[in-house]
Design a protein around this ligand. Structure first.
Ligand SMILES: [Mn+2]
Length: 462
C-alpha cells in the first residue's frame, strides 16, 4: 500500500474536480465459483484501490465533495470470521491507513444516499461491471436496472480517467515490478518449451513464475502455437517442430499493477528463414513505434506508421504489391493486424476499460475509425508524459479472415492471395512491451526481456 498521504491527495483532487454532490465508489465482493463459499480469486475494483487502497471485499466509500466528509463502509470482523479466516484489524484501523477517519456499517449506505437524494443532491457513481454492484446501485439510487450504466456520472468518469492516466513515480515503480515478474514468466516459457510437449505443461511454468514471486496473473494466459487466434486461451495442443508459439501474459504485482508482454518464439531452437522474415518486420514495427513515443504524439499516428512499416515489409516478400501509402490509407494492413497497436496499462491490464474505452483512448473531435484493425485501436489520442501503455504490433495469417476478404474481392489490387496460400499454417507473430511516456520521449518499462532473434535463440539454445 502507498502512504495515507498519497490516497488523501488523490481524493482531494477528485473532490475538487467533481465539485458538487456525493461520490460513491464501490469495492468488489467475493464471487462464488461453484457455490457461495468456494470463491473466485478476489480482485478489488481498481478505482477503489486507487483512491482507498484497501484490498478487501465488501467495502463501499462515499466522499462528500461539499462537507469534506469521507466514509468507508464495511462490516467489522465477527468472532466467526476470526475463527475461519484469522484475526483481522478493525475497519477503523484499516481506514486510518489510507487517511480516512470515519467508518460505518454497510447497512447505513442506503439511508445516507436517500437523505442526499431527497435534498436534491447528485450521487456520482461509475459504470459497474459486476452484477452485484449493478443491483446495489439500483437499490440505492432508484435508477432502473437497465439504465444503471448510462446514468453513471460523466463528470466522475472524466475526473477519474484524467487522474489515473498520468502515473506517479511510485506507480511507475509498481508497474516495473509487474513487468519484471512478467519477464521471468516469459523466460520460463522460453526455457521450458520443447518439441512434443503440450502447451499446458509450459503454462504451468509460466503461472508458477508469477506466483513464486508474490505476483499473480493480470489476465488469463495466452500461450499457443495457434498465435493467429488473437486471444487463444486453449492450451491443449502438442507443440510441434516447425511451429511458432505466441505467449501473451503478464503478472499483476502485489499492489495489483499489471504487466502485459508478448513474445513469439520457435518450438525449435532456431527460427526458420520464413519465420525470421515475418518476425523482423514485426520487430521493426515495434521498435520504431517505441522510438516514436513522446508527449503530444497522436497514438493513432503511431499505429498507422506501424502499418506502413508492415506493408512495406510484406511488399518486399511479395505478399502485397502497390503503393504503400495508398494501401495504408485503405487499411490493407487490417488483414494482417486486425487489432490496435496498444492500450493504456496500469492497475488494469486494459486500464480503466470499465469506465469506457473511448473516455480513456479518445477525445472530442477524435472519433473511432470503422476500418478493420484501426477500429480496434483502444488508445488513439495524444500521449502525455506519465502515460503508460502497451506497444504490441503483430502479423497474423488468419485463414478464415483471408478467405472472407478474398471471397468479397477486397484489396485484390494489392494482396497477392495466391502467395498468401503459402502462409496459411504460419500462425502469428506479436511482440509487446510496456512503455512510459516521459519528457524525453518514452522508454520501455522493466528489465529487458529477450526480444531480438539472436537474444531469443540464445535462450532457446541453453
Ligand atoms: Mn496488450
Amino acid at each position: 500500500m502507498f502512504s495515507a498521504q498519497t490516497y488523501t491527495d488523490r481524493r482531494q483532487r477528485l473532490k475538487k474536480e467533481v465539485g458538487q454532490g456525493l461520490i460513491l465508489l464501490l469495492g468488489n465482493d467475493e464471487v462464488g465459483m461453484n457455490y457461495r463459499d468456494n470463491t473466485l480469486r478476489f480482485r478489488q475494483d481498481s478505482t477503489f484501490l486507487y483512491f482507498f487502497g484497501l484490498d478487501k471485499p465488501g467495502l463501499i466509500a462515499i466522499i462528500d465533495t461539499e462537507t469534506d466528509t469521507e466514509i468507508i463502509f464495511g462490516s467489522e470482523p465477527t468472532l466467526d470470521d476470526i475463527v475461519w479466516s484469522g484475526p483481522q484489524p478493525a475497519l477503523a484501523e484499516l481506514a486510518a491507513r489510507v487517511g480516512v477517519a470515519q467508518v460505518n456499517s454497510p447497512n447505513s449506505v442506503s439511508q445516507l444516499l436517500k437523505t442526499a437524494r431527497d435534498s436534491g443532491r447528485t450521487v456520482h457513481y461509475l459504470p459497474p461491471y459486476r452484477q452485484a454492484n449493478v443491483c446495489k446501485l439500483h437499490e440505492w439510487t432508484g435508477v432502473s436496472l437497465g439504465q444503471i450504466k448510462e446514468k453513471a456520472s460523466e463528470v466522475l468518469i472524466r475526473a477519474v480517467v484524467g487522474q489515473r492516466s498520468v502515473k506517479s513515480d511510485e506507480e511507475i515503480l509498481q508497474l516495473e515490478q509487474a513487468v519484471n515478474i512478467t519477464g521471468e514468466m516469459h523466460l520460463a516459457a522460453m526455457q521450458n518449451t520443447r518439441e512434443g510437449m503440450y502447451e499446458y505443461e509450459v503454462v504451468g511454468h509460466i503461472q508458477g513464475a508469477a506466483l513464486s514471486r508474490g505476483g499473480d496473473l493480470a489476465y488469463p494466459i495466452i500461450f499457443s502455437t495457434n498465435g493467429q487466434t488473437l486471444h487463444n486461451h486453449f492450451h491443449g495442443n502438442v507443440m510441434e517442430s516447425g511451429c511458432l508459439t505466441l505467449g501473451d501474459f503478464g503478472a499483476e504485482s502485489a499492489m495489483h499493477y499489471a504487466g502485459d508482454i508478448t513474445r513469439t518464439f520457435p518450438v525449435d531452437k532456431k527460427f526458420t528463414s520464413k519465420q525470421r522474415e515475418i518476425y523482423d518486420i514485426v520487430l521493426e514495427m515495434e521498435m520504431q513505434s517505441i522510438a516514436a513515443l513522446a508527449p503530444g504524439v497522436l497514438y493513432r499516428d503511431v499505429h498507422v506508421a506501424a502499418n506502413r512499416i508492415m506493408l512495406d515489409g510484406l511488399k518486399q516478400l511479395g505478399i502485397v504489391s502497390g503503393d504503400v501509402d495508398e494501401m495504408t490509407q485503405l487499411g490493407v494492413g487490417g488483414l494482417f493486424m486486425p487489432h490496435g497497436l496498444g492500450h493504456s496499462i496500469g492497475l488494469d491490464v486494459h486500464d480503466m476499460e470499465d469506465l469506457g474505452e473511448n473516455y480513456v483512448g479518445y477525445r472530442d473531435g477524435l472519433e473511432r475509425s470503422t476500418q478493420l484493425g484501426l477500429r480496434s485501436l483502444r488508445l488513439a489520442k495524444e500521449l502525455q508524459a506519465g502515460n503508460t501503455l502497451t506497444v504490441e504490433p503483430g502479423i497474423y495469417f488468419i485463414p478464415e479472415l483471408i478467405d472472407k476478404l478474398r471471397a468479397e474481392g477486397q484489396f485484390t489490387d494489392f494482396v497477392n492471395y495466391q502467395k498468401l496460400a503459402d502462409y496459411r499454417d504460419f500462425g502469428g507473430v506479436r511482440i509487446e512491451d510496456n512503455c512510459l511516456v516521459n519528457n524525453d520521449g518514452g522508454r520501455v518499462l522493466g528489465t529487458p526481456i529477450p526480444k531480438t532473434i539472436n537474444e531469443i535463440e540464445t535462450v532457446r539454445s541453453l
